[in-house]
Every structure is written in structure tokens, then in C-alpha cells.
Write a protein that binds this ligand. Structure first.
Ligand code: COA
Length: 249
């Protein structure tokens, strides 16, 4: 079976590539576990200076696997998705993301915890949690209103409006929007490899300083959101929306 997460080392850069093209890189429990493990290993490995999370040149990810949401929903903070997101939050090395095509649900949420994000101009980002009977996750209910103001964040989180890579860059969710998926991947790789030339300890201390002021508050919000999200997954509203998606496919 093809690996759904491909790991590639290039000098001090570890690339985690989402590789489930037939399902638009939708993330399963096994994929979250592999991502969590790889992030923890990268964090502990003195030879690694940065991590790049990427999909393909035309698809980042369709978000959480919807069949998994129905059959094996996360129950608590001990679930694979929490392990992945907490290892992303705790990673002391810089994490870079390359986004092209769809970045749905957690595919957009996780960008809020990366250090550098490069997108293709026509990437399609969206957090349709409420549309699916769910609620925001992993700190997005705190981070997005701070970044965009309440009104714009409400469009994205309450209405589930989609937005482009170009808008993501304008709003500060991404560093830069590039002309194509290939260009976004190349730019993200180039910038991630730059950390090989930087003083590693200074980078780590600086990232720690940037993240420290909000760390505890974000963890607290993640727990609050997580408790509500796991409840919502079992709600009639969510079950109707999620089974509706499965029936349409
Ligand atoms: N979970 C499980 N399977 C998914 C999936 C998901 N989140 N997203 C897509 N897939 C599967 C489809 O079921 C389909 O599989 P099939 O060929 O076996 O029927 C395949 O991936 C291709 O999806 P399709 O919808 O035909 O591709 P598209 O290019 O027309 O649209 C998306 C791409 C991402 C816009 C669309 O698939 C989508 O909206 N997915 C759901 C996103 C979502 O709501 N995620 C959860 C957020 S909390």
C-alpha cells in the first residue's frame, strides 16, 4: 500500500507530504498519528532545522476524513488528531506549510500554527465547521478574530465562507501567494531550507519567544473547543451533514 504520509529528508529539512490523492488527501487517524510521530522525531533530532508540511501541487487536503468522523470520531485529547495538533503546537523547530488547491477544515486550521505559509493564489481555503454542524477547533476561534477582526472571522467561521490563497496572504494567514501550486511548493521549500543556514539555537529561542505569550491561553481554548467539537460530532445536526456528504459520493 502506498504511504499516505511521505517523509523526505533534504539536508536539515524534513518534508511531510500528504499523499492520498484519490481522497484529496483527506486525513485519517493513521495519517494524524504518523504526522504526530514525525513531528516529535523532527523536534528531537539535532540534525533537523525545519519541517515542511505539503500536499501536492494541486491539493493540500480536504480536511478530516469524513468517514472517520462518523465511524471513529475523536473522543478526547488522547485522539490522533489532538496528538498531531499538539505536536505541531509544541514543535520548537520552524514549521513551514505549502498550500495549493483545497485546504479544507483542519487543512486551514493547522496553518494558523505554522511559522511560514506559502500558498498558490488560487488555493481554496475553507473552514466549513458550522455548515457541518460542528464548531471551530484548535484555537481558531481565538486566533482568527484576533488576526482578522470579529466581523471577517465570523464570515469565515460562522458562515463557513471560502477564501483564496491571495486573500490568505492579504490577511496575514499566509506569507505570500504564488502564481501556481508548483511555485508555492518551491518557495516553501526554498524558505524552509534557509533555516539550515541560520543559527539554530537563535531560531528556536526566537520562535519560543513569539509563541510563549499565547501558549497557555491557546491550549485552554483548544480544550474548550475540543470538548464541544467531540460533542457536536455526535449531534443530529452533524450526523445529518456528514452522512449527506458520504451519500453524495
Ligand atoms: N473525507 C473523505 N473523503 C473525502 C473527503 C473527506 N474530507 N473529501 C473528499 N473525499 C473523497 C470523495 O469522497 C471522493 O472519493 P470517491 O472518488 O471515492 O467518491 C474523492 O475524495 C474526490 O472528492 P471530490 O469531492 O469528487 O473532489 P472535488 O475535486 O470535486 O472536490 C473538495 C474537492 C475538497 C472541495 C470536496 O471533496 C470536499 O468538499 N470535501 C469535503 C471537505 C470537508 O468538508 N472536510 C471536512 C471539514 S471539517
Amino acid at each position: 500500500m502506498t504511504e499516505a504520509i511521505l517523509l523526505q529528508r533534504e539536508r536539515g529539512l524534513l518534508t511531510l507530504r500528504l499523499n492520498r490523492p484519490d481522497k484529496k488527501n483527506a486525513l485519517t487517524r493513521a495519517m494524524y498519528s504518523r504526522l504526530a510521530e514525525a513531528l516529535k522525531e523532527a523536534d528531537a533530532d539535532p540534525e533537523i532545522n525545519a519541517v515542511l508540511i505539503a500536499g501536492s501541487a494541486d491539493c493540500f487536503t480536504a480536511g478530516n476524513d469524513i468517514a472517520d468522523f462518523i465511524q471513529q470520531p475523536p473522543n478526547d485529547l488522547d485522539s490522533p488528531v489532538f496528538h498531531f495538533m499538539l505536536s505541531l503546537l509544541e514543535c520548537r523547530k520552524p514549521v513551514v506549510a505549502a498550500v495549493a488547491g483545497p485546504a479544507v477544515g483542519i487543512g486551514t486550521t493547522l496553518l494558523l500554527h505554522c511559522d511560514l505559509v506559502y500558498v498558490s493564489r488560487d488555493a481554496k481555503l475553507r473552514m466549513p465547521f458550522v455548515n457541518l454542524g460542528l464548531c471551530p477547533e484548535f484555537g481558531s476561534s481565538l486566533i482568527l478574530p484576533r488576526l482578522l477582526g470579529h466581523a471577517k472571522a465570523a464570515e469565515l467561521l460562522l458562515l463557513g465562507e471560502g477564501f483564496t490563497g491571495e486573500q490568505a496572504a492579504q490577511w496575514g494567514i499566509a506569507c505570500e501567494a504564488l502564481g501556481s501550486g508548483e511555485a508555492a511548493l518551491a518557495k516553501a521549500r526554498e524558505m524552509a531550507l534557509r533555516f539550515d543556514e541560520m543559527p539554530a539555537q537563535a531560531v528556536r529561542i526566537s520562535k519560543q519567544l513569539m509563541k510563549a505569550p499565547d501558549r497557555e491561553r491557546i491550549r485552554q481554548v483548544i480544550e474548550e473547543e475540543g470538548a464541544l467539537f467531540t460533542q457536536r460530532l455526535r449531534s443530529p445536526e452533524a450526523l445529518a451533514a456528514l452522512t449527506g456528504f458520504i451519500k453524495r459520493h
